[in-house]
Write a protein that binds this ligand. Structure first.
Ligand code: FE2
Length: 308
C-alpha cells in the first residue's frame, strides 16, 4: 500500500466513569487491559499486537480526546510533518512516552479541530495467539471478544475541508462520497482509507471536534448476532442494528458505551485499493447508503444527530 500512514493506531476517548467504562470494554467487549494509571486504562483486542488501540480517560464528559495513526517509518513521519505544515496546520512534536508506551510522533489539528497524531513505534505486547503455528482464535474469549479496532467516524462543520486535508496532506484515498447530485463532485461526506478496507476514517457533517463513533471489527455476520445477544444480556443500549450499510457494504450494530460514546461492531465490506473508482451517493439516496434495509425509518435523524 505504499509508504506513509499504515493504519489507525489508537483512539483516546473520554469516559465519565472509568470503572464502568473499563468493565464494559473488558467484560462485555472482551478487550484486554494492558495497563492502567489512576485516570487512564489502556486496552487492546486479541488479534492486535501493539500495546493498545483504545485509551479510556476519566473526564466529566464523553467524546474524543484524539486519534492516532501509525506510520511506516520515521522518514515517512518527517515527510508527512512537512506536508501537514504546508497545508496550514500547526505541527508539534510528541516526545517518546508522552503517550504511554508510544514512540516519537507529531500532533496537529484537522480543519475540523480534531486532534490527530502520527507515530511510528508502540511497545509490542503480542497477540493472544502464538506467532508460531498459531491456533485460529484464542480460547476463553470474554463477551463479544472483539479482535481489533477498525475505523472511526468524525463530524465536521465543513466536511469537505477536512476531507481535502486528509487526502492532500496525509495521502488518504477515497472509497466513497456523498454528493448533492450525480453531476456534483464536492463531498458532503467521505469514506477514506490508508489500509485495504473501505474506511479507516470517515467525515460526515456535524459539529467540529465531534465523534460519531469508533468501530470494532468482527470476523463475520454471525458474530454480530452473538454481539447482539451479549449486548442484550448486559443491557448495553443498542442504537441501530443488525443492519447493512449501502456505503462500504458492511454489516453493523451500533451501540453506546456506559458514557454515551457511540460504538459499532462492523463486519464485511470490500477490499479497497488506491486506484478504485470513487463510489458516489447522491444525497437523496443517503438513507440507503447508511442503512440499506430500514432506510425509511425516522430514527435516521437521531443517528446522524447524536454525537459526543
Ligand atoms: Fe462505522
Amino acid at each position: 500500500m505504499g509508504e506513509g500512514i499504515m493504519r489507525l493506531g489508537f483512539v483516546d476517548v473520554r469516559v465519565t466513569d472509568l470503572e464502568a467504562a473499563s468493565q464494559h470494554y473488558v467484560d462485555v467487549m472482551g478487550l484486554q487491559e494492558t495497563s492502567r494509571t489512576e485516570d487512564t486504562v489502556y486496552l487492546k483486542g486479541w488479534d492486535e499486537y501493539d500495546h493498545h488501540s483504545i485509551v479510556l480517560r476519566q473526564s466529566d464528559r464523553a467524546g474524543l480526546v484524539k486519534m492516532a495513526f501509525k506510520v511506516h517509518t520515521y522518514e515517512d513521519l518527517e515527510r508527512l510533518e512537512k506536508q501537514v505544515h504546508q497545508h496550514g496546520a500547526i505541527v508539534t512534536r510528541v516526545s517518546k512516552n508522552e503517550n504511554f508506551k508510544v514512540g516519537e510522533g507529531i500532533r496537529f489539528r484537522l480543519p475540523s479541530g480534531h486532534i490527530m497524531e502520527l507515530f511510528v513505534d508502540m511497545d509490542y505486547v503480542g497477540k493472544a495467539i502464538p506467532q508460531i503455528n498459531p491456533v485460529p482464535a484464542p480460547e476463553g474469549l470474554i463477551g463479544v471478544g472483539v479482535p481489533r479496532i477498525d475505523h472511526l467516524l468524525i463530524t465536521a462543520e465543513r466536511p469537505h475541508e477536512t476531507i481535502e486535508f486528509l487526502m492532500k496532506s496525509l495521502n488518504f484515498y477515497m472509497s466513497e462520497k456523498v454528493v448533492e447530485n450525480e453531476r456534483s463532485d464536492t463531498p458532503m461526506s467521505a469514506w477514506l482509507f490508508r489500509s485495504n478496507t473501505p474506511h479507516d476514517i470517515a467525515v460526515i457533517p456535524g459539529r467540529d471536534e465531534g465523534l460519531h463513533h469508533f468501530a470494532f471489527w468482527l470476523d463475520e455476520f454471525n458474530e454480530l448476532r452473538k454481539a447482539g445477544d451479549i449486548f442484550s444480556k448486559h443491557d448495553v443500549p443498542i442504537d441501530v442494528g443488525i443492519e447493512r450499510h449501502g456505503i462500504t457494504r458492511g454489516q453493523t450494530i451500533y451501540y453506546f458505551d456506559p458514557s454515551g460514546n457511540r460504538n459499532e461492531v462492523f463486519t464485511g465490506g470490500y477490499i479497497a485499493y488506491p486506484d478504485m473508482p470513487v463510489v458516489k451517493w447522491t444525497v437523496d439516496q443517503l438513507a440507503r447508503g447508511i442503512f440499506y434495509f430500514n432506510h425509511r425509518q425516522e430514527w435516521l435523524e437521531g443517528f446522524t444527530g447524536v454525537t459526543t
